[in-house]
Ligand binder design. Structure first.
Ligand SMILES: [Zn+2]
Length: 264
């Protein structure tokens, strides 16, 4: 922990700030937290845009040489960066900068939902209901061919998922995220990515409702058609209808389980 200027200023008269703070304390903390300085430097490079998502970090040995530290310190730094969600390490390929915002937002929301149970998931569903119709409307005018292709593939994957909940749910997430990508605003994408991932459990319950996946697909196809026609109003309406259906199916399962009903 650092001594803030207020702490030093708040030292009673007669005690010198030097005795209270002491520059030796700073040095001691810093030298024992070498890897934190590396983390800080890399974080700063990300904030300044020198390092961008997708960029590869140099190899461990090279980093150690550049920073003038041991490989152990570099390894510790990379571990800390991974825990913060700022880099991802792929064995054999190297370490890459990620878009840390998504993980940071997801962790905060995940915690909020857990603390706020059982209302947490109701609140999340409400956020979705506010965001997704507008996302669909914006995507209808801004979407690129690559994202449209992802949406089509996701719809096809859900059609052929059969009784496999994982295949269906993954494709469902892909569908909604491709749409958010199509809205062409990285903050919207990051927000939605954080939210839809948390609704996995709800999706699993809906998958088990008789006819649930089929009803979902009717709406997915309507949304896709509207976006393909670049019809923003139709896309917005189709997404609202989809979320109403999700809410209805979710209430059906909640009622069966005897837990609190959704009110979205
Ligand atoms: Zn869906």
């Amino acid at each position: 922990m650092r001594y803030s200027s207020q702490t030093i200023a708040g030292v009673p008269a007669g005690l010198s700030p030097r005795r209270a703070g002491g520059s030796a304390v700073y040095k001691l903390v810093r030298s024992s937290r070498l890897y934190e300085q590396i983390v800080q430097q890399i974080e700063e490079s990300i904030v300044k845009g020198v390092l961008k998502p997708g960029d590869q970090l140099p190899a461990e040995r090279e980093l150690a040489q550049r920073f003038g530290v041991s490989r152990t310190a570099v390894r510790e730094a990379v571990k800390a960066l991974r825990e913060k969600g700022l880099v991802e390490a792929y064995s054999g390929r190297g370490t890459f900068i990620t878009d840390g915002t998504t993980q940071a937002v997801r962790q905060s929301l995940d915690l909020m939902v857990k603390i706020g149970q059982p209302e947490g998931s109701t609140h999340l569903a409400e956020v979705r209901a506010i965001l997704e119709p507008e996302i669909a409307a914006r995507a209808a005018t801004r979407i690129q061919d690559a994202e449209l292709a992802t949406m089509r593939e996701a719809v096809a994957a859900m059609d052929s998922a059969g009784q496999d909940p994982d295949a269906y749910i993954e494709a469902d997430l892909d569908f909604h995220l491709a749409l958010a990508e199509g809205a062409d605003n990285p903050l919207i994408l990051s927000l939605l990515d954080s939210i839809v991932g948390l609704l996995r459990e709800q999706r699993l319950r809906i998958f088990k409702v008789p006819g649930g996946p089929e009803r979902g697909q009717v709406h997915h196809k309507r949304i896709l058609e509207a976006v393909e026609r670049h019809d923003a109003d139709a896309a917005r309406q189709a997404m609202r209808a989809h979320l109403d259906q999700v809410s209805d199916d979710s209430q059906a399962t909640s009622a069966k389980r005897g837990s609190k009903q959704q009110t979205t």
